[in-house]
Design a protein around this ligand. Structure first.
Ligand code: MN
Length: 502
């Protein structure tokens, strides 16, 4: 994946000097063993580094400031092995700008019933030490994830892995740059938003660039580079007969390759992690970029169609959170419905731009007319998304805050679609089609989404917590009446909690 960093999670243990040096030495040994054990579980995608045992307010504050300034530190895992009076943590936690997770665990899994004495009791105090920490976190209104259970428990490691993935996505956005080629599709509301508020909240910047600057890059592409890329297409895809090297429409494939090479050069030179296009602003480009966008997405670029920069950035974050997991992650749009009495389904697709990472087989590379945009026929990859559990996620700007909406779905197999010349996915929604769609619409979810098999609702929940934004999950537990109440209460909460800071 392009520009994929591998930062660390700092494992930090809290205690105090009440127990004597011998006890603290044992605490350090245990904390180090927990950090190593979590890392060696191989479930957690980033290195967990035991950083320190903290026992004084000065040490705590110094470490938090160090974490803020260290670009290789993505977040902190905190654990109070013994009792660490929480007033000591106020100055440090007030300064901390990195996300943290509170691991409520204990070094020993089982109580040694026969031998337990007061030494054991004094060493294994997380049961109350972590409650003291939790009070302060709540008193300070700090967003965090609390994970409970023995550190070798695979379920605990799964919870920590989800949080670590969210942290990685968040870390990736800090300082990230996104490019918009052209503006929004005219008159569309949901793809608009406050870019200043977004950058303040998410740490990622989006700026516009003239499509003419992109065209210049496309025109500068060498014939040798086009030759090499067309050869790569033939290796990777089932290239349609007419597009092959000796085919009647090969020149149009070369146009597509030029667009890809030009876009790639533009994005690499600018250090961008994602981009948007607009079919209403293609001046000087021969085709709407289809194949190019699909392949750039597969390399890890975020993308949004019709100027949808929020989805482009969300998709990049989802691709980073998904890194190393099977299944794939793509830009998606709820396109059309199957409303059969035997089961309602959604057919998701886009004009062209669906990422081949979700394909069930070797994609077909084809050329067909596109009844929109007024350009030459664009080349594109055509495939079916594979069956499996997935999510759709949408990020919308509610005017005073951002809302993340997540729906759990099940991608299913479907009949052949011989006349449909675009990549597609067919899914069923949880808890059921009617509830899910009504909930999505009450919540103001967009038609564009980030669609992923690897990223779970839990990872998105952790991401929303880190970002401090509203989350609406639509899953098997969703009931419409409760959801409407939740949305009304959230309206009030975010006004009060954020005040004028958005
Ligand atoms: Mn669209």
């Amino acid at each position: 994946m392009i520009q994929l960093a591998t930062p660390e999670i700092w494992f930090v243990c809290g205690s105090q000097h009440l127990y004597g040096e011998e006890a603290l030495k044992e605490v350090v040994q245990n904390a180090r063993a927990v950090a190593v054990g979590l890392y060696e579980s191989q479930k957690i995608p980033l290195k967990i580094t035991f950083k320190a045992l903290l026992t004084t307010p000065d040490e705590i504050r110094a470490l938090m400031l160090e974490a803020n300034g260290n670009v290789n530190c993505a977040g902190l895992m905190l654990w109070m092995h013994t009792f660490s009076p929480s007033k000591m943590w106020i100055a440090g936690l007030s300064s901390l700008q990195k996300p943290f997770c509170h691991l409520h665990t204990q070094f020993n899994r089982d109580l040694p019933w026969e031998t337990i004495d007061m030494d054991f009791m004094n060493l294994n105090q997380a049961a109350h030490g972590d409650r003291e920490a939790g009070f302060l976190h709540s008193r300070m209104r700090l967003g965090r994830k609390v994970v409970v259970g023995h550190w070798r428990d695979p379920e605990v490691q799964d919870r920590l892995a989800a949080w670590t993935r969210a942290v990685r996505g968040w870390h990736d956005l800090q300082g990230a740059k996104f490019a918009r080629f052209g503006d929004n599709m005219r008159n569309v509301a949901v793809t608009e938003g406050d870019k200043v508020a977004f950058e303040m909240r998410f740490g990622a910047a989006v700026n516009g660039y003239g499509v003419g600057d992109l065209v210049q890059k496309v025109n500068f592409v060498s014939e040798a580079a086009v030759d090499a890329l067309c050869a790569e297409y033939e290796r990777l895809y089932e290239v349609g007969r007419e597009l092959q090297a000796d085919g009647a429409r090969h020149e149009e494939l070369r146009d597509g390759a030029r667009i890809e090479l030009g876009m790639r050069a533009f994005l690499e030179e600018g250090g961008f992690k994602g981009f948007t296009t607009s079919f209403e602003d293609l001046h000087g480009l021969k085709q709407l970029p289809g194949l190019a966008v699909q392949r750039l997405m597969a390399d890890g670029y975020g993308f949004g169609g019709e100027g949808d920069w929020k989805t482009a950035i969300l998709l990049r974050a989802m691709k980073v959170m998904d890194a190393g997991l099977p299944g794939g992650t793509s830009f998606m749009e709820d396109y059309t419905y199957h409303l059969s009495p035997s089961g309602h389904q959604v057919l998701g697709s886009h004009m062209l731009e669906v990422c081949p990472s979700i394909s069930d087989a070797k994609p077909k590379l084809e050329i067909h007319p596109l009844g929109i945009g007024g350009k030459a026929d664009p080349v594109r990859l055509v495939f079916n998304a594979h069956p499996g559990s997935a999510i759709n996620a949408s990020l919308v700007d509610m005017g005073n805050r951002f809302r993340l909406i997540v729906n759990e779905v099940e991608v299913v197999t479907h009949p052949e679609l011989p006349k449909l010349p675009v990549a597609r996915a067919v899914w069923e929604c949880k808890p059921d089609f009617k509830t899910a769609c009504a909930a999505w619409i009450y919540a103001g979810g967009a038609h564009h989404t980030g669609f992923s098999y690897g990223v779970t609702a839990e990872i998105m929940e952790d991401f929303a917590e880190i970002a401090g934004i509203e989350l609406v999950v639509i899953d098997d537990d969703t009931r419409l009446r409760e959801l409407k109440t939740e949305l009304r209460q959230n309206d009030l909460y975010y006004v009060l909690a954020q005040g004028l800071r958005n």
